[in-house]
Design a protein. Structure first.
Length: 155
């Protein structure tokens, strides 16, 4: 009986280590770690807390604000809400466990994702890079995911 309980405890412990955390989740074409496309700055602060750094600037699409968080999360606000959420940290994963450090083959296995070379870079992504489309991109370096971006494409 003690041996059976030990085996059950070991299996449960292993599942807890492998299972992705509910708050550390890449939601394809929706967001990462509680920051969702379209969220306001207040909603992101509620979900992720105070950013470690805030940058402001202007680009071809207007003014933008970038929240940076420890652990590799970066949230960009443009045109009234979150336009892009990125992670280069190891903690955030899809529901099936794909994230930074995963292989290209694992990223290619995410529903709706296809891999291709674009401008000399290897990228696995959903949808088309066309205005208004939501796209999740797994940026590949040396055969592994180096960064994940979830965003909306501007014209």
């Amino acid at each position: 009986m003690t041996r059976v309980l030990s085996v059950i405890a070991a299996v449960v412990a292993a599942l807890l280590v492998v299972a992705p955390s509910a708050d550390a989740l890449i939601q394809v074409d929706r967001g990462i770690a509680g920051a969702r496309i379209g969220n306001t700055q207040a909603q992101v602060r509620t979900a992720l807390g105070k950013p470690s750094r805030v940058n402001r600037g202007t680009n071809d699409f207007g003014r933008f604000v970038v929240f940076r968080y420890t652990g590799g999360i970066q949230v960009t606000f443009q045109n009234g809400g979150v336009s892009t959420v990125s992670t280069s940290g190891l903690g955030d994963r899809t529901a099936r466990g794909v994230g930074v450090g995963s292989t290209e083959a694992q990223a290619d296995g995410v529903a709706g994702v296809r891999c291709e070379s674009i401008g000399g870079d290897r990228i696995c992504h959903t949808n088309e890079f066309a205005g208004g489309q939501r796209v999740t991109s797994f940026i590949i370096r040396a055969g592994k995911v180096a960064r994940v971006d979830v965003g909306v494409v501007f014209d």
